[in-house]
Design a protein around this ligand. Structure first.
Ligand code: DON
Length: 309
């Protein structure tokens, strides 16, 4: 059931006001563009499963989607490849290691375990049926846009910054290829994966994208049925297991909502059937999750008594 709208408005405003002056964390620096974003930016937004939007702060500032993109490409691959094959090839388990871990691959016979870590996300991209990398990229961008209910665009600044520094991911892509868990040309998959991370969204977009999952695959703002409702449980299961990387268990324990973070500073959490909460603040903790966005999302969830468990 969707909580009282006045209570949602109050929760969003309070979460923003209460954490606006919090300190701690640091912008991601391994991607030069991200290091240059104003660390004081802070937005909070809720979109309900019936399409109402509640926002506070810099909720209309565009930032890099980064790893949150993994959720939308995962939905696309689940739909186009089929759940049994997708699950078999990519997996649904936490790795227990950082999001760009090579060790996790070595420990598990080069199986990525999760589509929400870099290895699994590149494997996922390679699985999306397409005749060319451009067609695969177009499908991914269309999917992000359908989730957001508006045309999402690539940032050339973010993309150039990432493509010229993504050597670690290229190494992972070759490891996947040598292990038989990369299903297209590895450098093409890495290039398309890097683009999917380099699109720009606002906190309001992010909440709408999450609300599309909360509303059983139907974007509640645009009205478009974006994906099959049968994919909601596996999407949420994957987010629960690995959405916040090594902090996923603590997040499930303390917040109780499937979530996903990105090194751009975005965090998304979903209460199925009800609403999505998004927040954005660039400084990250050591696990790669936004310090302030985690607090803001947790506060909104708690104020509205939302917890799937
Ligand atoms: O591949 C990378 O490292 C980045 N493009 C995305 C990583 C990321 O967002 C991890 N999330 N917290």
């Amino acid at each position: 059931m969707i909580p009282d709208k006045a209570a949602i408005r109050q929760a969003v405003q309070a979460a923003h006001a209460d954490h606006a002056n919090d300190t701690g964390g640091a912008n991601a620096s391994y991607i030069p563009y991200l290091a240059s974003v104003d660390p004081a930016l802070f937005g909070v937004c809720v979109v309900t499963a019936d399409g109402e939007v509640f926002e506070a702060g810099d909720a209309r500032f565009e930032f890099a989607l980064e790893s949150i993109s993994k959720v939308f490409s995962m939905a696309l691959a689940m739909q186009d490849v089929g759940l049994p094959e997708f699950h078999d090839k990519v997996g649904a388990d936490p790795t227990g290691e950082p999001f760009n871990s090579v060790i996790a691959l070595a420990l598990h016979g080069d199986k990525p375990l999760s589509p929400l870590v870099n290895a699994g996300a590149m494997s996922t991209v390679s699985l999306i049926p397409a005749a060319s990398p451009e067609e695969r990229w177009a499908k991914i961008l269309n999917m992000q846009s359908a989730f957001a209910g508006r045309r999402i665009s690539l940032s050339d600044d973010v993309n150039n910054s990432e493509q010229s520094t993504n050597f670690h991911n290229r190494a992972i892509a070759w490891l996947l290829y040598s292990g038989g868990t990369m299903y297209s040309d590895p450098m093409e998959a890495c290039e398309v994966y890097t683009r999917q991370c380099s699109t720009l969204v606002t906190t309001a977009d992010l909440a709408t994208m999450g609300a599309t999952v909360a509303a059983r695959g139907r974007n509640p703002v645009s009205g478009e049925q974006v994906f099959d409702p049968s994919l909601v449980p596996p999407i949420l299961a994957e987010m629960t297991m690995e959405g916040l990387y090594t902090a996923s268990g603590d997040w499930a324990y303390k917040v109780g909502l499937p979530g996903k973070s990105g090194v751009g500073g975005g965090i998304l959490a979903i209460m199925p059937g009800t609403l999505a909460i998004a927040a954005f603040s660039p400084p990250l903790d050591p696990a790669g999750n936004s310090v302030k966005a985690q607090k803001a999302v947790a506060q909104v969830a708690s104020a509205l008594n939302l917890n799937i468990y």
